[in-house]
Design a protein around this ligand. Structure first.
Ligand code: BES
Ligand code: MN
Ligand code: ZN
Length: 508
């Protein structure tokens, strides 16, 4: 398991770091920005760089003091005008700063929490809330995916981030917040690793092996259904997708039942799309960009990442209010002599017949059976699925956002609010009944896709065919949120969903 960068605290009088980071708004002076640091770095007041520093957004200045001092380097991050101040900008500014320190070859950085807290107050945030976001931004920014690179290309040099405190003790809230973020990071790193792995190194079997490791480490119950067992469960919609591939499908079920929860409490079920590679099948995708379809298991990765985070939170004595079930249908979508073909009809687990119009609309076919399985076996209080389901979702919302569909409007709004607070951008989309006619089939109960219009909406309506009417169900289409290339997210998988699903796991 990857540990990454440690986050530690230094109490007043013990500050020692390769570089001190402070924050300044536009037009602020040394006294405003990092007056407190003067105690350990008296040279700061007279450092010449102050003369030209304006504190503009994205401005950054380096200040150097005598090498013999415990703190002899500082970096001040300009945050722009107070009225434009936003936490998201601060996260990115900090991530970029930490990366710059990494490029300089430094081994650690320290945050002047007095300077940090001053900015937090202006945003109406508690110290620990701000610290949490900074720590996460730094950790996510320093993520690298290197298993296939020569060893000496391993980039990470920074191994510690210090929070430099103005007290002679570290308060519990701050400590708790940081430990929480560390648990989140473990899950996000795992999800990124899973999705960044090429499909030949992340087959359904290898993904299931990873799930077994997580289960073993945290003592979760795990069940892995192979082809015969999937057949015995009548999951023919799922099998229809899997059968074109040489790789066998693996259906992974994780169960987390904390000892703190009574037996009859209904669980929360999290279902993640696990297409380890999506060629489109017989309706083959074009070659350009097809390599990105190694990430078509990002939904399953988000679910497994969430379990890793929940396990880590358990070690801290933080438990969800309900048992959490994770369901990951895994397979490849390949063209072959055994593949399903357009026009074929299959019977899904819930008995409905499905006419397969487009073999590239495969995610919904595997999720259909996984949703039925979740309902039949676990009768969950909340049923959520997360999937890289439709390119149309990217067309609708642009890069970096997920579409959220939900059968209950109060829950929908709660998820929308919370996920955006956690910097997992979501937007609510409708489950409009009148579009259901798009899925009418001449030969079967339903067909697997409609017209080009409202592609994400009809995909969601297709899934709804496999969810009971009275079930509280959430569908997250993360097709546009699984990849990024920015300061907090080195090019590649995002690990999107781990924060949101972790938060969702704490519903009552
Ligand atoms: N995995 C894709 C969706 C996708 C596209 C994810 C781009 C990430 C980036 C999904 O299986 C798919 O192919 N969907 C089709 C559906 C269509 C055939 C109805 C799509 O979006 O084109
Ligand atoms: Mn597809
Ligand atoms: Zn797909």
């Amino acid at each position: 398991m990857r540990v990454g960068i440690d986050i530690e605290f230094q109490i007043q009088g013990q500050w020692k770091t390769d570089l001190l980071i402070a924050f300044a708004l536009e037009g602020e002076s040394f006294d405003d920005a990092c007056h407190f640091s003067q105690g350990v770095a008296p040279w700061l007041t007279i450092a010449p760089a102050w003369r030209d520093f304006k504190g503009k957004k994205d401005e950054r200045t380096m200040l150097y003091g005598p090498p013999a001092m415990d703190i002899n380097r500082a970096m001040v991050l300009g945050l722009g005008k107070e009225k434009d101040l936003e936490l998201e900008d601060i996260r990115f500014s900090f991530a970029k700063a930490v990366k710059a320190c990494q490029d300089m070859g430094l081994e650690n950085v320290g945050v002047d929490t007095v300077s940090m807290n001053r900015i937090a107050l202006k945003l109406g945030l508690k110290k620990e809330e701000m610290a949490k976001e900074l720590a996460l931004a730094a950790k996510l920014a320093l993520y690298t995916y290197t298993p296939f690179k020569k060893k000496n290309e391993e980039a990470t040099k920074i191994n510690k981030i210090f929070f430099l405190l103005d007290d002679d003790f570290c308060d519990d809230e701050l400590k708790k917040a940081i430990r929480f973020v560390e648990a989140e990071t473990c899950g996000i790193y795992l999800a990124r690793d899973l999705a960044n792995a090429p499909s030949n190194a992340m087959t359904p079997k290898l993904f299931a092996d990873e799930a077994e490791k997580v289960a073993g480490y945290h003592n979760f119950k795990i069940t892995i259904l192979k082809k015969e067992e999937i057949e015995a469960e009548n999951m023919h919609s799922y099998l229809a997708v899997a059968k074109g591939s040489y790789e066998e499908p693996h259906f992974v079920v994780l169960e987390y039942r904390p000892h703190t929860i009574e037996k009859d409490v209904k669980p929360i079920a999290l279902v993640g799309k696990g297409i380890t590679f999506d060629t489109g099948g017989i309706c083959l995708k074009p070659a350009a960009g097809m390599e990105e379809m190694k990430g078509d298991m990002s939904g399953a990765a988000a679910v497994l990442g969430t379990f890793e985070t929940l396990g880590r939170l358990g070690m801290l004595g933080i438990f969800p209010n309900r048992p959490i079930i994770g369901i990951m249908p895994l397979c490849e979508n390949m063209p072959s002599g055994r593949s399903i073909k357009p026009g074929d009809v299959v019977f899904a687990k819930n008995g409905k017949s499905v006419e397969i119009i487009n073999t590239d609309a495969e995610g919904r076919l595997i999720l259909a059976d996984a949703l039925t399985y979740a309902e039949e076996k676990f009768d969950p209080e909340y049923l959520l699925d997360i999937a890289t389901l439709t390119g149309a979702c990217a067309v609708a919302l642009g890069e970096g956002a997920a579409g959220v569909f939900c059968t209950k409007s109060d829950l929908a709004h709660k998820i929308h609010k919370r996920s955006n607070e956690l910097f997992e951008r979501t937007w609510l989309l409708p489950l409009w009944k009148h579009l259901g006619k798009e899925l009418k089939s001449n030969v079967a109960d339903v067909k697997n896709c409609g017209s080009r219009y409202g592609g994400s909406l009809t995909a969601a309506l297709f899934l709804k065919e496999f969810v009971s009417d009275d079930r509280t169900w959430v569908h997250v289409d993360m097709a546009a949120a699984d990849n990024a290339d920015n300061a907090i997210n080195p090019k590649g998988a995002t690990g999107f969903g781990v924060r949101m699903l972790t938060d969702f796991s704490f519903l009552n």
